[in-house]
Write a protein that binds this ligand. Structure first.
Ligand SMILES: [Zn+2]
Length: 436
């Protein structure tokens, strides 16, 4: 990671400062001062002419991708076990793998592979689930810190309906483990780019007492929250039976202070949220992590993203590895467009499909807002950028910058084409060999 935070880069720039409104500039400069963007310039203003310059020539420059939802321990089994729905998949695939992270050596090996893939992806910001294990979660945080990405990582809490090896013995033990984990980070680690987040897995695995205690811990340490919401019809029935007095699924988090407001909160999926749940999310400013790839793989359904955008709700994209088979947010963008078309065709003719620029916005400025001013090259935004060389990918006709960006996303050029990545003004290393 290079630390010179005052510099200029040049290339073909594309970003979406507003929903649905892309701005594309051929061969323009972007100025970074102290890790923040000073804007995009066709001519470099005088005061910046002495700064170090990196010319990426005919490559594409876009804001770094933001992954609002993924599970690091599930990376190990990505692309397998895709023939079941959520609850079976959790029991048969996910929990047996997550049990292995009780062993720090296994965690180091598996999380090392995950961190390498994240390093070599177009993602600059991520919000990550670990497992219930404190030590393995710290190992994951150390590895994420070394990638230079800026991330939130959560030790998972679950005190019911899990295999004995994963189920924390009582709500109190789960809570004390969480406090130990946070104190350990505060007292013994000096993470600059990796932060803790309160992570009740989801209501089926968390007793009311545990949710109550976690709400207290959250307040005490002033931390954000992540969990899952209204992903699958069977899951929703289960929640209704476990918490019969909750008005709706999200109310089960809200009554314990784990649903937006002072608690900055991400809820993954929100496919079947009833009207009152949507309204509560809107009021409380909950971020929705839309994970179309996972939703297809686990046959969960399609989230009504257009409806959320019309209501001006906070929404970003998640890979949801390993419900999603890839950490690629390029893929999440094109999946979001594609599922929105099926939603429009099959479910609701009023819900206009997403445009590419809208899905791009979700992956950058939409999800980026969870981190602050992130996801755009507007003045004052954190300088997060990825540089994609697509010039080797053949086409006989001329193409605009916008067309080239769209094509790079659809063709998955974030793998072979990624040539540089910056997060908050630091140039990150792409070193390391992986097979993807
Ligand atoms: Zn998930």
């Amino acid at each position: 990671m290079e630390n010179a935070k005052d510099f200029v880069i040049r290339g073909n720039v594309y970003h979406t400062p507003h929903l649905g409104a892309a701005e594309a500039k051929e061969y323009a400069y972007i100025v970074c001062i102290d890790g923040k963007c000073r804007g995009i310039f066709e001519e470099l203003p005088k005061e910046y002419r002495e700064l170090p310059k990196k010319d990426y020539k005919d490559a594409l420059i876009v804001p770094g991708m933001v992954d609002l939802h993924l599970h690091a321990p599930q990376f190990a089994f990505r692309g397998t076990g895709m023939d079941s729905e959520l609850l079976t998949w959790l029991k048969e695939r996910t929990f047996p793998e997550e049990e292995k992270y009780a062993d720090p050596d296994y965690a180091r090996l598996a999380y090392g592979m995950f961190a390498l893939r994240m390093r070599r992806s177009a993602t600059t910001r991520a919000v990550i689930f670990a497992t219930v294990h404190k030590e393995a979660t710290i190992i994951l945080m150390e590895l994420m810190e070394s990638t230079g990405l800026i991330s939130y990582v959560g030790k998972v809490n679950m005190d019911r309906d899990a295999p004995p090896a994963l189920q924390e013995k009582t709500a109190l033990i789960s809570t004390y483990d969480t406090i130990d984990w946070i104190d350990d980070i505060r007292n013994h680690h000096h993470f600059k780019r990796t932060y803790p987040i309160i992570t009740p897995r989801f209501i089926p695995c968390c007793s009311n007492t545990l949710l109550d205690y976690l709400g207290e811990v959250r307040r005490l340490y002033d931390l954000p929250v992540q969990s899952h919401l209204s992903e699958n019809p069977e899951e929703m029935k289960l929640v209704a039976s476990l918490m019969p007095d909750a008005a709706f699924y999200g109310d089960g988090y809200d009554r314990y202070g784990l649903f937006g407001g002072e608690a900055r909160t991400i809820m993954a999926h929100c496919i079947y949220s009833p009207e009152d749940e949507v309204e509560r999310m809107r009021e409380r400013g909950v971020w929705i992590a839309h994970c179309p790839n996972s939703n297809m793989n686990l046959a969960s359904g399609i989230a009504p993203v257009r409806r959320y955008l019309d209501k001006k709700m906070r929404i970003g994209l998640g890979s949801d590895v390993a419900g999603g088979q890839t950490v690629s947010i390029f893929r999440a963008v094109t999946d979001a467009v594609q599922v929105s078309k099926l939603y429009w065709r099959y479910l609701d003719h009023e819900a206009e499909p997403l445009t590419f620029a809208e899905a791009f916005y979700l992956a950058t400025r939409g999800g980026g807002s969870f981190f602050g001013n992130v996801g755009s090259f507007e003045e004052g935004y954190d300088f997060d950028a990825v540089v994609i060389d697509d010039t080797w990918s053949l086409h006989p006709q001329p193409m605009s910058v916008s067309e080239r960006v769209e094509r790079a996303f659809y063709l998955g050029l974030d793998r072979k084409g990624l040539v540089a990545k910056y997060a908050a003004g630091a140039k990150l290393s792409l070193e390391g060999d992986d097979d993807e």
